[in-house]
Every structure is written in C-alpha cells, then in structure tokens.
Write a protein that binds this ligand. Sequence first.
Ligand code: CP
Length: 311
Amino acid sequence: MNSVKSLKTKDLLGLQGMSLEDLNLILKTAHSMKEIFTRPVKRVPPLLAKNIVTLFYEPSTRTRTSFHTAAKMLSASTQSVALSTSSVAKGETLIDTCKNIEAMGVDALIIRHSMAGAPHLVAKNIKASVINAGDGFNEHPTQGLLDIFTMLEKARTLKDKHIVIVGDIAHSRVARSNIWGLRALGAKVTVVGPPSLMPKDIEKTGAVVSYDIDKAIKDADFINVLRIQKERQKIGYFPSIEEYAQLYGLNSERLSRAKKDVVVMHPGPINRGVEMTSEVADSLQSVILEQVTNGVAVRMAVLFLLLGGKK
Ligand code: CP
C-alpha cells in the first residue's frame, strides 16, 4: 500500500503486450490487497475523492460487483450507469456517453461491451482511465489476472506449468487474456474444444491446440473450463448440448484420469451439467469461488495502480 509505483499506461485494455514488469506489479499489489480482507474494517483510504463509474453494455454479476466492492474498499465513490434507463436507449453514441460521464469529474470508466475494441476507442477519446471489463471476443484482462493470481496461490511459479483451457475458445475473451498473461509468465497453454469453436491462427498466441480433452488434461496442472456462450453463437457449433457435455464436459470420471492435484477453474457463470458437472464444480479440486474472491483483490490492485499508486 506504500507503493510509489504505478502502471505505465493510463488504461487497462488487455494483457496482450503488457510488460512483464506491469504484470508482476499488479499480481504483487493484489497480494497486498488481499490482506485487507482479513481486517475487521475492510477499508483503506488511497482512492478517497476518486469517482469511478461502471458502464456495462452486457450483463454481469461477478465483474461489476467485484469492481464496485474493490473501489469501495479503497474508499472511492462508485456509480453504475443503468443502460436501460440511460440515454443510450435514446441512441446516444458510446463516445458521447463516455465524454458526458467524464465531464462530471469521473476518474475511471469501467466498460463492458459486445464490440471488440470498444474500450480502446473510448480510451483514445477521454482523459480518464478506462478499464476493459470484457470486449466482445477480444479480452477480459482482469479475469485473466485473477485466474493467474489464483494459480500463483497454488503454484510458486507458472513457468513450465501446464494450463489446459477447455471449451468455446472462439468466442472467449477469457481464453485470450489467459493465454497472453500465462505465456508471458512462461506457462505451457493447451486450448481444447470442438474444431468449430477453435479460432483460426490461435497457435500464433503460443498456445497448443488439441481436440481431445482426455489426452490434453492428462498432465495438466490447471484446467480452466470456459462457459459455452450461447448468446454469441448465431449458428449451432455442435449438434447438441448433450453431445458437447459428453465429448468436452468435465465430469468426475474424466477428472479421475488427470493428475491427483490438478486444480479446476471456471470464470463463471457455469452452465452446470454442460461444460462441467456440479460434482466437479463443487469438489475440493475446484477453486471457482476463490477466483471470485481474488477478483476483488486484483481489481483493487488495478484501480490503485491506475489511480492512486503515484501518491
Ligand atoms: N467471469 C465473468 O466475467 O462473470 P460476469 O459475466 O458475471 O461478470
């Protein structure tokens, strides 16, 4: 908390191209932030007098609540723009909306949008910090960071650790942010899913592609299971949900053939019985709720390093 460091950038838009120094700084700061959870008074003052607004053009439970909780723990004031009752419903553009919010003295805008690149566009047009809370299929950087933070709580280093990401890789911003961050830290990443949900050129990220989950998870240290994003699938990418669950779903029988100490993760929300059975989601190997807790610590670190770290 006495850090005099801050991120080199005004915004947090993605993990692609983030310097190792910034990546490690966020992870280290998140570790300090998590200690605040254990205090009887879960409040510290570094962002007192800072105004933070969340602007979500897509639904969210975890990310939005987590950002608000993180900001409040750092004593910032927060507001959420409700899109259905805002002037977005009257056709106001994204940039006009953000410029108007900034004109009220806002220090950081946290944006989720269905269009890849929307937060980047806003960041170019306003002086306030912009944090990407998920843009289309592109990135979800704080989810990537909290996943990596959770893995680092289980393993001292991620160098040469094997992380298997399972599911709808094509539509997953979580997969992309995980891959960029994990590769930067020297982890081996395998992406596995049906060919129809595997994006072209994903190997260029350094990830290895597999279509056989049983083979891929055999020596995995972490299995990060993705949600099947029904809302982004305009056509059927697999014949039926039952078939997907049978071929790629993580169940106890399949998991029993992986390493005994393999850690199971999921960014949420879970389609129980589709990408993962309840037995696996609620098992001792699952750290899904730890991921949610760590999300607050990581978002505190990001807000602190963007808005308060220089002080
Ligand atoms: N993991 C995640 O982004 O969850 P929400 O959509 O609920 O924010």
